[in-house]
Design a protein around this ligand. Structure first.
Ligand code: FAD
Length: 426
């Protein structure tokens, strides 16, 4: 085959739309990380997934599908801190917190010693420079360590981009003395499919004239023969290979990878997320889309309520929720029975009542969830990509490129690589 694509997630589907490649996917279903789990009438995504793109190509591509039916929603997100709920983002919504905490946040912001617009070598310094001590110590740093599973000092700042809102003093004061009216951040308005969960995006993007072969896990790649072997003992050849599978996994299945490249692959870091999904026999359990939990005494870093994204994700007269717990080699899950701990936390934080009937419990692990931007990442990627490109292998997507991509960026990444290869074929 001329072009082979590994992985039927958004990047792989997008690449296939833009070149004539065949996709080989290890799972039985389309979507990759943008998949939805359907069980007993409930639909759960793999972690919260909402579309908040401003990219015209992606919007046009998705909006043209009538059966995708993306509905715009105004985000309602909270933070649970000091036994209270305040609106997200923390820096402009301290109203409602204990008065001494609000004072620390305001004082810290006003008395910042470093310049917010300066260049910072690590995330901790950036957070202090931008928000001051109070906001950093009460939200950004504990949340960051809980979510990323590593110290903020270990993170660079090149992933930040527009991901964290940086309001001015006026907004911070407004949000300290009354409920903030203004919304902040890229997902203040988001879109979500009315039916089918987030997976509907992946399904609608797939062109029917493009071939996906499911249940084909690539297990070995022979560089000399340009041949990929699959778990069912079949194989195929390629001239160009677009790989959207996680880079560390790709390097493990290529035969004859030089030591230096193996070392670079082993040094790539990521966190994993355990999604604990509950179905509860009660209507409208919470009005929020999601709630963040920066404090360590609560196991999950985020709880979300799928029924508020689309009411068709829960059977009538039921509610559901999803607790996301982050972990990694550096910070394993520290509880013997994490589901029991999550349920206890839900009762402690008054999201559930002890008498509530939980009828469905399932747990899904996302092994590769978020790419950790540590100080060695860029160098390791240079070594890996030089090797792969020399063998006509092109990494694409969030895990194939090893970038903090949102769905729209994964789509664009697949398109870009397909065009690059298209030019070589001509
Ligand atoms: C918890 C979480 C929350 C997120 N929330 C949002 C959000 O709110 N908004 C947003 O825009 N983005 C969000 N994202 C990001 C979004 O999910 C990704 O950007 C996007 O889905 C990545 O698509 P991809 O095709 O690059 O990778 P993937 O979807 O991971 O696709 C890779 C594919 O390769 C397959 N594969 C793996 N190994 C093999 C093999 N050996 N052989 C064959 N196939 C293989 C996999 O099964 C998979 O289908 C979130 C991600 C996570 C983890």
């Amino acid at each position: 085959m001329e072009t082979v694509i590994l992985g039927a997630g958004l990047a792989g589907i997008s690449a296939a739309r833009n070149c004539n490649g065949t996709i080989f996917e290890k799972e039985k279903d389309i979507g990759g990380t943008c998949r939805s789990i359907k069980e007993q009438g409930f639909i759960f995504d793999l972690g919260i997934h909402v579309l908040h793109t401003k990219n015209r190509y992606v919007l046009d591509l998705l909006m043209e599908h009538k059966n995708l039916n993306l509905k715009a929603k105004r985000r309602l997100a909270w933070i649970y801190s000091h036994k209270r709920l305040t609106k997200y983002p923390f820096q402009v919504n301290t109203y409602g917190l204990p008065k001494d905490i609000i004072a620390q946040c305001l004082n810290g912001f006003i008395n910042r010693t470093a310049k917010p617009k300066g260049k910072y070598d690590n995330y901790e310094d950036w957070v202090y420079a931008n928000f001051g001590a109070g906001i950093s110590d009460h939200f950004y740093l504990p949340y960051s360590e809980k979510f990323w599973t590593v110290k903020a000092k270990e993170l660079t700042t090149d992933w930040l981009d527009l991901r964290i809102p940086q309001p001015d003093l006026e907004d911070i004061i407004k949000g300290a003395i009354s409920v903030q009216k203004k919304e902040f951040g890229p997902n203040a308005i988001f879109r979500y499919p009315v039916n089918g969960g987030i997976q509907r995006i992946a399904e609608s993007m797939h062109r029917s004239d493009r071939k996906i072969i499911f249940s084909k896990e690539a297990v070995k790649i022979d560089l000399d023969k340009h041949r990929i072997h699959f778990n069912d003992h079949s194989s195929t050849t390629y001239k160009y290979l677009i790989s959207t599978i996680p880079l560390p996994e790709l390097l493990k299945i290529i035969v004859g990878v030089p030591k230096e490249v193996i070392k670079a692959g082993e040094a790539l870091r990521y966190n994993s997320i355990l999604c604990i999904n509950l179905g509860i026999k009660k209507q409208n359990i919470n009005s929020a889309h999601w709630i963040y939990f920066p404090e360590n005494k609560i196991a999950a870093f985020r709880i979300s309520f799928p029924g508020n994204f689309s009411r068709f994700t829960v059977p009538e007269e039921w509610s559901s929720l999803q607790a996301e717990v982050s972990y990694s080699k550096d910070r394993p899950i520290g509880y013997k029975d994490i589901t029991e701990k999550v349920i206890k936390d839900l009762i402690k934080t008054k999201i559930l009542k002890a008498k509530d009937k939980i009828k469905l419990i399932n747990a899904k692990h996302i092994k590769y969830a978020y790419i950790i931007y540590d100080h060695n990442r860029i160098n390791n990627l240079k070594i890996i990509n030089k090797f792969l490109r020399a063998h006509n292998i092109y990494g694409s997507g969030r895990y194939g490129q090893w970038e903090y991509f949102w769905m729209d960026e994964a789509i664009l990444s697949g398109k870009k690589i397909a065009h690059e290869i298209g030019k070589k074929i001509k």
